[in-house]
Design a binder for this molecule. Sequence first.
Ligand SMILES: NC(=O)C1=CN([C@@H]2O[C@H](COP(=O)(O)OP(=O)(O)OC[C@H]3O[C@@H](n4cnc5c(N)ncnc54)[C@H](OP(=O)(O)O)[C@@H]3O)[C@@H](O)[C@H]2O)C=CC1
Ligand SMILES: N[C@@H](CC=O)C(=O)O
Length: 340
Amino acid sequence: MEALRVALLGAGTVGSGFVKLLTAHAERLATLGTEVRITGILVRDPAKPRPAWVPTDRLTTEADALLADADVVVEAMGGTGRAQELVLAALEAGLPVITANKALLAEAWDALKPHALEGLLFYEAAVMAGTPVIEPLSGALRGSSLIELHAILNGTTNYILGRMETGATFQEALAEAQAKGYAEADPTLDVAGIDAAHKLAVLARLVADPSFPWEAVRRHTRGIEHLTPAVLRAARGEGKVVRLVASLYAQEGRWHARVRPVKLPQDHPLAQASLSQNALYFKGDAVGAVCIVGGGAGSLVTASGLLGDLYRLLEGYPGHPPLPAPVPAPAIEASRFEEV
Ligand SMILES: NC(=O)C1=CN([C@@H]2O[C@H](COP(=O)(O)OP(=O)(O)OC[C@H]3O[C@@H](n4cnc5c(N)ncnc54)[C@H](OP(=O)(O)O)[C@@H]3O)[C@@H](O)[C@H]2O)C=CC1
Ligand SMILES: N[C@@H](CC=O)C(=O)O
């Protein structure tokens, strides 16, 4: 049986979940004729306590040696600093990279895009965790041109808003989301809308424009820091819920991206996403409306997306390709939501 050497970058919430799932899938993976072996796990502090199933003898701080001994890199470190250096080094050496890091994908796209076009970059877990959106948007839904897309893309803020509706304060709800492993290492990225904006930038390159600039999303991003239980109660009184919604729509002949809290009718498809769940509403010219709802954050939910990509790689499929060319912005008025 062939061996596939995996270099895992990170053993935090997502990385440790990946180790657990990979172990559970060892036999099924072997039926594909490959023994998948984690050769090392890059961390900052090997002495930190880890879940029992993380093999502490494989923890390392030696990134170069780890990459030199790998067939594939699974990146669950986060950030745009060291993660960017290592991911680019791996890609430039021709190694496939599976990543959950939407900040990197959003902000370092110019450097990553040529490798994505080569089929080396797999990133299902980066948007809506293990709930599939990258694969349908870069595959089956290419048969339709985008009319508009609206999505709840951040589990932490959706959890906070849901918990505030049932009596928690903002700070209590945020602390719970952190304890459950939903929040970013810096939770400002969640509550200020930046994490949702990162994910929207990733989606925009799959459905609107392969070079959609990160800055065009970031400068139209607002978070949920100003929301209070009283605001959420008032919305309920109108039959609405307040949610952080990321939108991509056409106006005056070009694509626009927005992330902001809006009032949604309680029966809107996006409002079906509860607590840490996410939801995506895609309207295409031929397929019509498609809605995908599921887990959007957390250890195993995200690790499932990483492992799904590993299966994709082992089955011989390339990574997720951006659009080959921009989709013309249609002259159709998009849905409007009331901002809060
Ligand atoms: N949490 C979630 O629900 C989801 C997270 N993601 C993404 O997955 C990635 C990881 O998130 P998460 O697991 O929550 O983050 P954590 O902070 O829990 O884990 C990060 C891991 O990376 C290691 N690490 C970070 N920086 C360095 C560095 N410079 N050198 C070596 N090791 C480093 C840390 O080491 P050490 O343990 O020693 O500190 C830790 O093991 C991020 O990109 C995040 O956005 C995506 C979807 C969902
Ligand atoms: N912090 C993120 C984690 C998943 O991407 C979120 O809350 O959605």
